[in-house]
Design a protein around this ligand. Structure first.
Ligand SMILES: O=C([O-])C(=O)C[C@H](O)[C@@H](O)C(=O)[O-]
Ligand SMILES: [Mg+2]
Length: 435
């Protein structure tokens, strides 16, 4: 292949396609997933004819920032990722978006600031630039990030308490059934293990009183002896409860994720238990790292290229974790195969990715790719195909976009509490600590 000329790498077109993706009724401490969740698919075209794909959150606030950023990218090189970062930092959108009661589903991933919103948008564009650059150069994205250190990336089964179907009728049915007790969670874990070969398990907690969730973890430990287990109540517990749970499950937990809310409370708990604490809530931006390190609040940080600002930012976070002796894992929200490919590419390049990555992907019955990535023995192959190694299915993209167009606004912004109110009209996002 002839190396691309710099002029070939200039962006000539950017297409933004918001989509609504079917999502099962997964429960968390704030409510339940809506039947459809918004994502944004980004397509770049370069002067040389290479195309690149990116994906990020698709709620209105993200779209409001993505549109001007897409326009500003025309005429810039896909290699100019530092320029993209600077451009994104200058974007001005709604500053501190939040739901009507001041808390929204994004509360599951910590503070929601204008800067974090900008980084979440920028990450989708950065991935699309890297994909286009990779296609133009005939190189995989991991090569553009310095090269893969492993040829496969480990993922963890992400277990959820869930209902069989959504309370408000619509939604794409699936055959998982309800999981609302220890037996249901173990059955779900078995299916994940049989179908995808996962060997580590994370339970989304904060849904039921802690003794019920401890019983589910105990049941998992019995069903899968010696396997790494994680429990994540998204900050729903008091310090006392967190310490009781840590004490009760100390022999089986790989880590306890965000048992309490806020760095100070996490530090208090961390100082009193040998169980490692992990977070995707109190450390979600670079600015939050110094206090967390100084106070010893966390032992493991969950990266997420979406809100940390992209694949390069993920590698910067990894370097800081190495510096300060913190472990690194990977967080996931509902996402499609483009983001899964981006996660896999960057994970392959990070020397200190010490834990299997979270992914919601097995819960998604729909995608915009021609081929779904396949987990083998709980891993995804990294591969050497150019770019992200994925291909867009235009018909699927168009169908999911038509659903977004037809929506009256109900599902265009993720709102787990609103979804819960359809089953329980009196529901409000619980104050923390809930237990
Ligand atoms: O804390 C976490 O791991 C998450 O926030 C992951 C997801 O957002 C999950 O909790 C969800 O979507 O309900
Ligand atoms: Mg978490």
């Amino acid at each position: 292949m002839v190396a691309p000329r710099p002029a070939d790498l200039v962006v000539t077109e950017v297409r933004l396609t918001p989509v609504l993706v079917a999502d099962p009724p997964l429960l968390n401490t704030q409510g339940v997933h809506q039947p459809y969740t918004p994502r944004l698919i980004i397509e770049l075209v370069t002067a040389g004819g290479a195309t690149g794909l990116g994906e990020t959150y698709g709620d209105t606030a993200y779209l409001d920032l993505a549109r001007p950023l897409a326009a500003d990218l025309i005429g810039r090189s896909v290699t100019d990722l530092n320029g993209l970062a600077a451009l994104a930092e200058r974007m001005r959108g709604p500053s501190e978006p939040a739901g009507p009661d001041g808390v929204d589903a994004a509360g599951l991933r910590g503070v929601r600031t204008a800067g974090k919103l900008r980084r979440s948008v920028r990450s989708g564009f950065e991935v699309a630039c890297l994909d286009a650059w990779g296609h133009a150069a005939g190189l995989p994205v991991h090569a553009l990030l310095g090269g893969a250190l492993r040829d496969r990336v480990a993922y963890s089964a992400y277990l959820f308490y869930r209902w069989e179907r959504h309370p408000d009728g619509p939604g794409e049915p699936d055959d998982w059934g309800a999981a609302l007790d220890p037996a249901g969670i173990v059955a779900q874990a078995r299916r994940f293990a049989d179908r995808h070969g996962f060997t580590s398990f994370k339970l989304k907690g904060g849904v039921f009183p802690p003794d019920q969730e401890c019983a589910a973890i105990r049941a998992l430990a019995e069903a899968f002896p010696g396997r790494p287990l994680r429990l994540d109540p998204n900050g729903a517990w008091s310090q006392r409860t967190a310490l009781q749970v840590a004490d009760e499950l100390a022999d089986v937990l790989e880590y306890l994720e965000d048992p309490v809310s806020g760095t100070e409370a996490m530090a208090h708990v961390a100082a009193r238990t040998p169980v490692p604490l992990a977070t995707n809530m109190c450390v979600t931006t670079f600015e939050e790292i110094p206090e967390a390190v100084a106070s010893g609040a966390v032992r493991i940080v969950l990266s997420d290229h979406h809100y940390w600002g992209g694949l390069h930012a993920t590698r910067e976070l990894a370097a800081l974790c190495r510096t300060f002796g913190l472990g690194l894992a990977m967080h996931s929200n509902t996402h499609l195969g483009i983001s899964l490919a981006a996660m896999t590419q960057v994970a392959a390049t990070v020397p200190n990715l010490d834990h299997a990555c979270d992914t919601h992907y097995p819960w998604q019955t729909e995608d915009v790719l021609t081929e779904r990535p396949t987990f083998r023995a709980g891993h995804l192959d990294v591969g050497d195909a150019p770019g992200l190694g994925v291909t867009l299915d235009r018909a699927r993209l168009a169908a999911l976009h038509r659903r977004w167009l037809a929506d009256d606004g109900r599902y265009r912004d993720r709102d787990d509490a609103a979804a819960m109110r359809r089953a329980d009209p009196g529901w409000t996002t619980p104050a923390v600590p809930r237990w």
